[in-house]
Design a protein around this ligand. Structure first.
Ligand code: USQ
Length: 386
């Protein structure tokens, strides 16, 4: 298939590009390096230096991988995006081209506006580029489990049937996100659903939980192919952060009580999920929503697992409960469904001590690169940057 990846330089975009190219798909990636720029601006650079997208594609090809095409440009610019779509005629477009950090979106007005403008414009432009230039293309959009928030009822996969005054109908599951970033994903879903209904778009919206992981089958070819691995408080996700903290010998930063529960998944499983979505496209005029995670864990559960894995490498780990910089429930009901991707064939690799120990081993050589100033929370939900 011809597959277009928007946001091909990102933590998920680059491993996805390699995995799909390795399977024989024709892959074109787009990026404008926005995340790299924002990471520089907020002093949140990734742990290891990542070559730029063009260099990564060259390293991959030199290591025996297939060709990955690269277009540097801004998906929020409609002329650029529609031209790429018209020329490439993708059969599937995977949309990762969003400002991905919840803390970044909560720093202040400028960061909130950038997140809103970028995320909605990229989605809106992709919708129109597909409608105008490649109307049969299947859009696979990365949404987030955070769209649902933490309601006191079970979370369905995207939809809920409601009975009201003796009549029934099916609606999008209620959404109440906990950050402006997560809210942009709610708005994305609404935009996609509107154009599915009005114009017959075909869309899969993947509600993904926080991802952890460092290597994939393709990164074994050359270490320079590793994804950008963030451990800072702004772009780093919690498991990756805790592993780096364990290696640095500093206490794990559990925010508040640590009962916050989310659906997690391994980076390798993200690749499986996206592949399954593409292999099983929906028909025109359908919005399929899949909850993309493999297990639910609290922050305290994760801290204990990281501590146990670190002990195997003789690393002693303390767990610290720091003041929670976010506004979120710290002790709550959480029961989301995730049968859709399993039914499509997902084989989960869970967050076992073996998996965490292997990640710690991979990270040890980078210990001297860890900058402790990036670790403590710097952004507060109530007052922007500290
Ligand atoms: N947390 C800590 N300590 C830390 C970092 C985080 O206790 O040092 C807690 C947070 O307060 C939160 C949980 O861990 O309760 C998850 O936080 P996270 O930073 O790993 O994830 P989040 O900010 O929600 O965002 C990440 C990705 C985002 C994706 C989302 C999926 O950055 O792109 O959409 O995970 S989800 O959380 O399901 O919405």
């Amino acid at each position: 298939m011809r597959i277009l990846i928007l946001g091909g330089d990102g933590y998920l975009g680059w491993p996805t590009a390699m995995a799909l190219a390795a399977e024989g798909h024709e892959v074109l990636t787009i990026d404008n390096y926005l995340r790299r720029l924002l990471a520089e601006r907020t002093r949140s650079q990734a742990l290891m230096r990542n070559p730029d997208l063009q260099e990564r594609a060259e390293i991959f090809a030199a290591a025996g991988g297939p060709k990955i095409r690269v277009a540097i440009g801004d998906c929020a610019n409609y002329l650029f995006l529609s031209r790429v779509v018209a020329e490439f005629q993708p059969e599937a477009a995977i949309h990762y081209a969003e400002q991905p950090s919840a803390p970044y979106s909560m720093i202040g007005f400028d960061e909130a506006r950038l997140t809103l403008n970028n995320n909605l414009n990229t989605t809106f432009n992709l919708i129109w580029a597909v409608l105008e230039r490649a109307p049969d293309c299947h859009i696979v959009k990365l949404g987030t489990m955070g769209e649902y928030g933490t309601p006191k009822i079970d979370i369905e996969e995207g939809w809920i049937e409601i009975e009201h005054a003796g009549r029934k109908d099916k609606f999008l599951f209620p959404r109440q996100a906990g950050s402006l970033y997560h809210t942009t994903k709610v708005l994305d879903t609404d935009l996609l659903w509107f154009y599915v209904r009005s114009s017959g778009l075909r869309v899969t919206d993947l509600m993904q939980g926080p991802v952890y992981g460092l290597s994939t089958a393709e990164t074994d070819l050359d270490k320079r192919l590793m994804p950008n691995f963030h451990y800072d408080d702004i772009f780093g996700t919690v498991v990756n952060r805790f592993l780096v903290q364990a290696i640095a010998g500093i206490p794990l930063t559990v925010y508040g009580k640590g009962g916050q529960t989310r659906g997690y998944l391994n980076l390798r499983d993200t690749l499986q999920c996206v592949r399954l979505a593409i292999q099983n496209p929906v028909k025109r005029g359908e919005l399929r929503i899949l909850n993309q995670f493999t297990e639910t864990l609290s922050v305290n559960d994760i801290a204990l697992r990281v501590r146990a894995a670190a002990a195997r490498l003789d690393l002693e780990v303390r767990v610290d409960h720091v003041a929670n910089p976010r506004k979120e429930a710290e002790d709550h009901y959480y029961n989301p469904k995730n049968s859709g991707l399993l039914e499509l064939g997902l084989k989960p690799s869970l967050m076992t001590e073996d998996v965490l120990t292997a990640m710690l081993r991979e990270l040890v050589p980078y210990r001297h690169e860890i900058d402790l100033k990036k670790v403590r929370p710097r952004v507060s939900w109530s007052g922007g940057a500290r």
